[in-house]
Design a protein around this ligand. Structure first.
Ligand SMILES: *Cc1c(COP(=O)(O)O)cnc(C)c1O
Length: 416
């Protein structure tokens, strides 16, 4: 690992001037005097989104009413945006669909996985996975009720536990609390060697790190629309089913939008061919349109340039934290090794909550993951190198002045 040493803000200004992605920042509506390090939780607003939504609402909904399902392509929006996300994640055509939430998609794909491996009873995951992934797996295992179990183990015990009881290995590619990234191709190959299926959660990967699901031989995947894809609060999620696994078992949520011919109104369910059968009910058209704007913006950028800048910025943040925060009792939680780090840096501190509130009051927005993690997400399309510098200077100031000890920063909020 090589670490440059940053001693002046001017160095960051120079990096911004030479940044090949610098043109993208102006395509986001960012407030003045805010440094946004939470694009991994809720991506920023693309400037093109409000006009797109206004047109959809006023002209398509208001003017063309129900005819819009045909004339404005609402009926194919899930497929259309799904195909675009498929290009971002290295899927082949016909493998990706936008639908529902990440949680619901996890249920659908886990159910499919256990049906595809009927002799096996174990869903294997990390105990430190995002809670909804674990909750859904537990719920599904109980629902199936044939001795199925979620086995949630420490990270370093996962590989050795992939055996011939395991139906599906379910992992989040970039961990939400640590930013640690799995080697997708290697773990997928390990799962396949044991006859298990591999399901990746790409919530903190899509739009942040280069992905090639086809080359990695991935079976199943899900991901979020509102994080690095900038689709807006509650944006619909996506799911991926490798072509060779499609249509082998009937979809667990057999809704009419996944029927071969919804408008035949047949009394009996017949799944649509291909990924289309993973749709369930009427899609949220307004949210889908907002997501498409975010995805189009992401497709205009070079994924490898995004990764290069993301690594440069997270490395710089770690380096500056080492130089400026030494006396204040922070511990680096994220991996130092570039290949193991997603697009976030997490620092542990006993007083994580009030420190973050004091930092947010100074215009630097990150978030806290209980009990002690300060989480900083790096969205290279709109984050500048000077922002990284300024964020660390503000954090140093919060610590040096003891501002975080003020009473107003102690109160907990509902959403962290
Ligand atoms: C953000 C996130 C989710 C969120 O799921 P929703 O159904 O959209 O609430 C799920 N899994 C992981 C790993 C996440 O980071």
């Amino acid at each position: 690992m090589t670490q440059a040493t940053f001693r002046a803000r001017a160095q960051c200004e120079a990096l911004d001037r030479n940044d090949t992605l610098q043109g993208f920042r102006d395509r986001f509506a960012l407030p003045e005097n805010i440094i946004y390090l939470d694009g991994n939780s809720l991506g920023a607003l693309p400037k093109a989104t409000p006009a797109r939504i206004a047109r959809l609402v006023e002209q398509e909904w208001g003017g063309d009413l129900i005819r819009s399902w045909n004339i404005h392509g609402w009926a194919n929006l899930q497929q259309r945006v799904g195909e675009k996300i498929g290009r971002l994640i290295g899927a082949r055509p016909g493998e990706t669909l936008v639908a529902d939430s990440t949680s619901v998609n996890l249920f659908k794909l886990l159910a499919t996985a256990v049906q595809l491996r009927p002799e096996r009873r174990i869903i294997l995951s990390e105990a430190s996975n995002f809670p909804t992934d674990l909750y859904i797996a537990e719920g599904l295992a109980g629902f199936v009720g044939r001795g199925h179990q979620l086995r949630a183990l420490p990270t370093d015990a996962i590989e050795a536990a992939i055996d011939d009881d395991v139906a599906v290995v379910m992992l989040t590619h970039v961990n939400y609390r640590t930013g640690r990234m799995w080697d997708m191709a290697r773990i997928t190959a390990r799962a396949h060697a044991a006859g298990a299926l591999m399901l990746w959660d790409l919530a903190h990967s899509a739009g942040a790190v280069p992905l090639d699901l086809a080359a990695s031989g991935v079976d199943l995947a899900v991901g979020c629309g509102y994080k690095y894809l900038n689709g807006g609060p509650g944006a619909p999620a996506f799911l991926f089913i490798a072509a060779h696994l499609q249509n082998l078992v009937s979809p667990p949520l057999s809704g009419w939008f996944g029927h071969e011919n919804p408008f035949a109104f047949e009394p009996t369910y017949r799944p649509a061919p291909g990924i289309a059968c993973a749709a369930v009910g009427t899609p949220p058209v307004i949210s889908l349109a907002a997501l498409e704007v975010g995805v189009d913006l992401m497709l205009a950028a070079d994924a490898h340039e995004i990764r290069r800048k993301s690594l440069a910025q997270t490395r710089m943040f770690i380096d500056l934290a080492g130089q400026h925060l030494g006396p204040y009792g922070f511990t680096l939680v994220s991996p130092l090794e570039d290949a193991q780090r997603g697009s976030q840096v997490c620092l542990a501190h006993q007083a994580a909550w009030p420190i973050m509130q004091a930092l947010i009051a100074r215009g630097v927005i990150g978030d806290v993951r209980a009990p002690d993690i300060l989480r900083f997400g790096f969205a290279p399309l709109y984050l500048r190198y000077v922002d990284v510098w300024d964020a660390i200077m503000q954090l140093e100031h919060v610590m040096q002045s003891g501002a975080w000890k003020e009473a107003r920063y102690q109160a907990k909020a509902q959403v962290t």
